[in-house]
Design a protein around this ligand. Structure first.
Ligand code: HEM
Length: 160
C-alpha cells in the first residue's frame, strides 16, 4: 500500500507520552546478586505512525569495547484511563507483556510483567521510566527462579 503520511498527526491516545518520541542515548549500569556488575551504552528509539501505539527499539553495547549486547523491541499502548500495556521481545528470545500506569504530569511510567514467556530463569520483570529535567531515567528489576525481585539495570539517557 502506498505510504502517503510522511509525518502523521499524533493519535490522541499517545499524546500524553509524546515526550518519549525520538531517539535517546546514554549509559547504564547492570547487576544482580548472581552476576558481576557491568556498564553499557544504550540507544532507545520511540516512533509513531499516527496509530494509537508507540513503536520502541532498544540496543546496547559494552561501554569499553563497543561490543553489541542485549537488544529488544516492542509496542507501547497507553490508554486514556492512565493505564498502559507494553509488549517487548528480547534478543535472548524472552518475551514480556507488561501492564501498568503512566502519569502525564509527573512523566512517570510504571510497568509490571503480567506475562514472561520463553524464559529459562526469569519469573517477573518490573520497569520504571521517569523524565526529570529532560533526562530519561529507568530502572529494571527482575526475579528469577533463584532470586527475588532485585535491580538488574539502571540507566539515564539524553535526547539526541
Ligand atoms: C528486562 C531485560 C532483561 C532481562 C529479563 C535479563 C535477564 C537476565 C538474566 C536472567 C540473567 C542471568 C542472571 C543469573 O544468572 O542469575 C542476566 C544476566 C546478564 N544480563 Fe540481563 N537481562 C535483561 C537485560 C539486559 C541488558 C539490557 C543487558 C545489557 C545491557 C544485560 C546484560 C546482562 C549481563 C552482562 C549478564 C551477565 C551474564 C553472565 O555473567 O553470564 N541484560 N540477564
Amino acid at each position: 500500500m502506498e505510504d502517503t503520511t510522511e509525518s502523521p498527526a499524533i493519535h490522541p491516545a499517545i499524546a500524553p507520552l509524546s515526550y518519549l518520541l525520538g531517539t535517546w542515548r546514554g549509559q547504564g549500569e547492570g547487576g544482580f546478586p548472581t552476576i558481576n556488575s557491568f556498564s553499557y551504552v544504550e540507544q532507545l528509539h520511540f516512533s509513531h505512525s499516527g496509530k494509537p501505539f508507540i513503536a520502541y527499539t532498544q540496543k546496547t553495547w559494552k561501554l569499553n569495547s563497543g561490543e553489541p549486547m542485549h537488544a529488544e523491541s516492542g509496542f507501547w499502548r497507553p490508554k486514556p484511563d492512565g493505564t498502559i500495556e507494553v509488549v517487548i521481545s528480547q534478543s535472548t528470545g524472552l518475551v514480556e507483556v507488561q501492564k501498568g500506569t503512566y502519569s502525564a504530569e509527573e512523566k512517570v511510567i510504571k510497568l509490571q510483567s503480567e506475562l514472561v514467556g520463553n524464559a529459562s530463569k526469569v519469573r517477573e520483570i518490573t520497569r520504571v521510566f521517569k523524565l526529570v529535567d529532560e533526562e530519561l531515567f529507568y530502572e529494571v528489576k527482575m526475579a528469577t527462579n533463584l532470586t527475588s525481585l532485585q535491580p538488574h539495570l539502571k540507566a539515564s539517557l539524553q535526547r539526541i
